[in-house]
Design a protein around this ligand. Structure first.
Ligand SMILES: *[C@@H]1O[C@H](CO)[C@@H](O)[C@H](O)[C@H]1NC(C)=O
Ligand SMILES: *[C@@H]1O[C@H](CO)[C@@H](O)[C@H](O)[C@H]1NC(C)=O
Length: 647
């Protein structure tokens, strides 16, 4: 009895001591904000006195690891290269250098200008090259993250990976008005290989994808608080992680991935800020954080969103980015909150068409057929939907010039497509006399609401009621009004809309945009429509009350027909902003559709058009060609003197 009591007390104490754990440490080093990971990369042997001249905080010293056969004379050039290619490394980390192949410890002056470097022998070959913080008491090396302010409000949670393949919140916080802090690991730790084509690529994840160890919200606070952290990372995200992508955080979605506008709809969370133009344009949604972050942050490479009715294409268009709604059904969406499994697709918002191909290949696996290493036979048939015919505005001029350049590039020609007329003329036997717009008017609204009610609302309400004495959780106006519409539709009504969707899909994919058997061509044509014509949609405008997303538009074609539909940024046009009372530049972008399964053709086209100078890969900042985001510009930096400070 006494003995087991002692054991009990002892185990209680050891459990308590095991609960004291580091969540990492924030430091500044030469005015840069860093975070020292709590998870060691490995150990080195050091003599306690050898690094006495290297600065130290809480027993950690900044050091650099250099693996491989690097001669001492090559170090200055190597460090210059690293500082230019990696935003985390700076030469100040080279006060102590652990160098593979070195046998003795020496102090050198000429490696970093104006500083001395202690060169230490390194026997541990497993630790990747790059900057570290060395814990002097243990000899453990901890990875370094650089910290950035999420000034666009694009993230809901900052995450770091844990050694067991899960994720945990990052504890660091740098100064920022109502902004999260995001940490990015040094790019030097990662080497691209055939198995890890996304090694070190920094990834933001829409907060509908569940990550092991992380809580999710779907844009709803009640959901976040009700459910525990996920035990599993779903197939889609796990594929990106396995390919080497580095997840830095979860990003904002409009609620339950339903489209929302800034002013009145985003009740639970604040809509992110679109960095383009005056900085107060709606981001579009639902992959709002994905679009805002890729348009604002050079330190972030890709963001994965989802597109059911335009949730990737909308943000890509208004922020001037590449973005893809893929062919439907390329990868399992287990552990992802559904809007409508019949229509949901996972895709990227991205600036670099080369990373785009690798990311698609990792995410869609064997269902993605990359064409980057061959010379494709581009389809010569270009069909435009609702395109301008005269260069009457700057945006129209850009759109027309692009179509003409594309036609020349593929050696084909463009012609206007009138889908309603085509339907009327060639619709399948058995189709009603309704116009295409009448036929498809309620299809999207019915399918998404009926499916989300069953898959999300019902279990959520039941779980919430059980935990909260029968109460109903708070839900934003848009999903509520959409679900109310779904409640008004019978299950026969849903079955009718499924049949309508199938009928339109079969017609479009055989009559308008069939695939071809030659895999180097894949699609019989391109279909283009305008994604964004540089118009303004400011986030301070009050709008009408939300309702069901009825109606048919060009953006719904790929939704119903399951074909890939990617946004290509084309340029920016000037117009006067009512926010700044000044001329600002707003993006112009186009959507391009190809036949189902031809996703690789669109990415290869993006690469080829960039190489031909017909397109430019978009940059971060106020315009797609760069420039400081307006709200980040400081008066001093703009040469304003004698600022008035009010006490
Ligand atoms: C490093 O050393 C510590 C003890 O100082 C040990 O607990 C840890 O497992 C070692 N780490 C590695 C990666 O070898
Ligand atoms: C779509 O449905 C709504 C609601 O029934 C109706 O008001 C609208 O006129 C319809 N539009 C078309 C094109 O049929």
């Amino acid at each position: 009895m006494a003995r087991s009591l002692v054991l009990l007390i002892f185990s209680a104490i050891s459990a308590a001591s095991a609960q004291l754990a580091s969540t990492g440490l924030s430091v500044t080093f030469h005015d840069v904000n860093y975070y020292i990971s709590p998870f060691s990369s490995g150990n080195v042997t050091i003599s306690p006195t050898s690094l006495s001249k290297v600065p130290s905080v809480y027993g950690f010293k900044p050091v650099t690891v250099v693996q491989g056969a690097v001669a001492q004379s090559e170090l200055p050039g190597l460090f210059t290269k690293w500082a230019a290619s990696d935003d985390v490394f700076q030469p100040a980390f080279a006060g102590a250098v652990f160098l593979a192949g070195k046998t003795t410890c020496v102090t050198k002056k000429e490696i970093v200008p104006g500083a001395s470097t202690v060169l230490v022998a390194l026997s541990n070959t497993k630790i990747p090259s790059g900057p570290y913080f060395l814990e002097m008491a243990t000899g453990s090396l901890y990875p370094v993250y650089r910290l950035y302010q999420d000034f666009a409000g694009a993230f809901v949670e900052s995450l770091i990976p844990t050694p067991d393949g899960k994720f945990q919140p990052m504890s660091a916080q740098i100064a920022g008005s109502s902004s999260l802090t995001i940490g990015v690991p040094s790019r030097l730790y990662f080497t691209k290989t055939a198995e890890k084509p996304l090694a070190g690529v920094r990834l933001g994840v829409k907060d509908i994808y569940r990550l092991a160890g992380a809580k999710g919200s779907n844009g709803n606070r009640a959901w976040y608080n009700l459910y525990p952290a996920s035990k599993t990372t779903g197939t889609a995200i796990q594929r990106l992680v396995d390919a080497g992508a580095q997840i830095v955080g979860l990003q904002k979605t409009s609620q339950f991935a339903n489209g929302e506008s800034a002013t009145s709809d985003w009740v639970d969370y604040h809509e992110p800020f679109n960095p383009r133009g005056d900085g107060y344009q709606d981001t579009s949604s639902s992959s709002a954080g994905a679009g805002a972050s890729i348009a604002a942050y050079e330190w972030l490479d890709i963001a994965i969103g989802s597109d059911t009715g335009g949730s990737i294409r909308g943000p890509a268009g208004v922020q001037g980015l590449f973005g893809n709604r893929p062919s439907h059904g390329l990868v399992s969406l287990d552990n992802v909150m559904p809007l409508s499994p019949t229509l949901d697709t996972p895709g990227f918002l991205i600036r670099d068409p080369y990373i785009w191909d690798a990311a698609n290949a990792a995410l869609y696996g064997e269902n993605y057929h990359s064409l980057v290493s061959i010379k494709p036979k581009y389809p010569k048939k270009i069909m435009t939907l609702g395109f301008p015919t005269a260069a009457s505005t700057d945006a129209n001029a850009i759109l027309i010039k692009f179509v003409n350049s594309l036609a020349t590039f593929v050696g084909g020609s463009a012609s206007a497509l009138n889908l309603a007329n085509e339907w009327a003329a060639t619709k399948p036997a058995g189709a009603s006399s309704a116009t295409l717009s009448q036929l498809l008017n309620g299809t999207y609204a019915t399918i998404i609401t009926k499916e989300q009610i069953g898959l999300v609302r019902e279990p959520f309400y039941k779980d919430y009621a059980a935990a909260h004495d029968g109460r109903t959780p708070f839900v934003n106006p848009v999903p509520l009004s959409r679900w109310a519409y779904g409640d008004s539709i019978s299950s026969e009504g849903l079955q009718t809309e499924y049949k309508t969707k199938e009928m339109f899909m079969d017609w479009f994919n055989s009559k308008i945009l069939p695939p071809v058997t030659d895999s180097a061509q894949c699609s019989s044509g391109f279909v283009l429509y305008v994604a964004s014509s540089g118009g303004q949609n400011p986030r301070n405008a009050y709008r009408s009350v939300p309702g069901a997303p009825l109606g048919f538009s060009n953006g719904r074609i790929s939704v119903f027909t399951e074909v890939p539909d990617s946004v290509f940024p084309l340029g920016s046009v000037p117009s006067k902003s009512a926010i700044t009372n000044h001329v600002e530049y707003f993006p112009v972008a186009v959507d391009i559709l190809v036949a189902k399964g031809c996703d690789g053709l669109l990415v290869k086209l993006a690469q080829d058009l960039v190489e031909a100078g017909i397109l430019a890969a978009p940059k971060t900042g106020a315009t797609i060609t760069g420039g400081d985001v307006l709200m980040k510009k400081r008066a001093e930096e703009m040469g304003v003197r004698d600022l008035r400070y009010v006490d």
